[in-house]
Design a protein around this ligand. Structure first.
Ligand SMILES: [Zn+2]
Ligand SMILES: [Zn+2]
Length: 389
């Protein structure tokens, strides 16, 4: 099998890298992944797959039907870029201002297209049918997965696998976590309302800046003093906006932050405490707080049996390590796992000798060219070694 794998990967890898670079240079955000989806669809059709476009608005679903197979597994890639600028010196750097593939979704799409092209000629030898899912809008609520699911992308699918380039793991291996793998990312927003006025007469004002500072500090006590130390949670205040002049106490300020948790009960507890702490500390300073919560993607949970199937199939071809931690990042792959057994794989993407050390969403994050053949190889091994059905 390994010799065949080498040949299969070699046949497609130049095309995979060319596709990743083309998508990287022309990033699209959110549901506006029209050109990216079209690039994928063309290659999938050329490979002889049954391709449907416009699924979940701008997603693509391609089927490789294996004659006689009753089982179908799905492999998922995301296609969207981030609303940011990249700071690399790559020749295929983003040419679209304010958009960049700093999460590696360009590589996810290219690797999965490559896997489909490599698997199509092997159709008669595969143990089960395969559905290739390319979704938009992973990076922003409400995610792209719910719309794909509503359009039927999981119908007839027994289990689903996803893969993410992973800068916490050296290139050359696949990381696999059983159970909770990615966190639920909720967003809190608070407006703290006081009474503005002259900065030289604070006694005539109710200062929301001082209240806001106290709130930011008090919020840090929630994880330290309320959450069970054996559970994981993060509360980060990431925005603090207010004021227009050096001599004016503003009427109001805005706080925004994120809450990350791995259990529903802990998420509920932290959201409740963020609201209580914000409102009561604001009141202690004579201010009023208006707090709103945006509930994030659910926790991404890796099914133990899907993990075993993936590890059993992939490990002869690419080393699989379980020595990798869950991430407090969020991922809308979680929605697929709520419907059918799912496993989300981490593809090592770190090489200090090349300076490939930055985490996803960093302006200097980049995909390691050496990781892409391993990602394709892992997809091929997963399908070829999947359970027959
Ligand atoms: Zn991301
Ligand atoms: Zn991502």
């Amino acid at each position: 099998m390994i010799a065949n794998l080498d040949r299969s990967v070699a046949n497609v890898i130049d095309g995979v890298i060319a596709l990743q670079r083309a998508i990287h240079a022309d990033p699209e955000i959110g549901f506006d992944t029209v050109r990216t989806a079209a690039r994928a669809a063309v290659e999938l059709r050329q490979a002889g797959l049954e391709v449907q476009e416009g699924i979940g608005k701008t997603g693509v679903v391609a089927d490789l039907i294996v004659p006689g197979a009753t089982r179908k597994i799905a492999l998922r890639a995301d296609m969207d870029a981030l609303p940011m600028d990249e700071e690399t010196d790559l020749p295929h750097k983003s040419k679209n201002p304010g958009a960049a593939h700093q999460c590696g979704h360009d590589a996810h799409t290219a690797m999965l297209v490559g896997a489909a092209r490599a698997l199509a000629p092997l159709r008669d030898e595969l143990p089960c049918s395969v559905r290739f899912i390319f979704q938009p809008n992973e990076e922003a609520l409400p995610g792209g997965a719910p719309a794909m699911i509503a359009d039927g992308c999981l119908e007839g699918v027994d289990r689903i696998f996803g893969m993410h380039v992973w800068p916490l793991l050296d290139t050359g291996q696949i990381g696999l976590v059983t159970g909770p793998t990615m966190a639920q990312p909720d967003v809190f927003r608070a407006t703290i309302v006081g009474v503005g006025g002259h900065a030289a007469a604070p006694h005539g004002c109710v200062d929301p800046v001082v209240a806001g500072a106290a709130i930011v500090n008090a919020l840090q006590s929630i994880v330290a003093r309320n959450v069970d130390p054996l559970d994981s949670a993060v509360v980060s205040t990431t925005q603090f906006h207010g004021g227009t002049a050096d001599n004016v106490i503003p009427e109001r300020i805005q706080l925004v932050g994120t809450i990350r948790t791995f259990k529903d009960a802990v998420g509920e507890q932290v959201r409740t405490r963020v609201r209580e702490v914000t409102e009561t500390v604001a009141a202690a300073y004579g201010c009023r707080a208006e707090v709103s919560m945006q509930i994030g993607y659910p926790v991404t949970v890796n099914d133990p049996d899907a993990c075993d199937e993936a590890e059993g199939a992939i490990s002869p071809a690419v080393p699989v390590t379980r020595d990798v931690s869950p991430s407090l990042g969020g991922e809308d792959f979680a929605y697929y796992g709520q419907k059918i057994p799912a496993a989300f794989l981490f593809l090592g993407n770190r090489d200090e000798s090349q300076g490939i050390v930055h985490f996803c969403h960093h302006p200097r994050f980049r995909v390691d060219d050496a990781a892409m053949p391993l990602g394709v190889r892992a997809w091929l091994a997963l399908v070829q070694g999947a359970r027959r059905g």
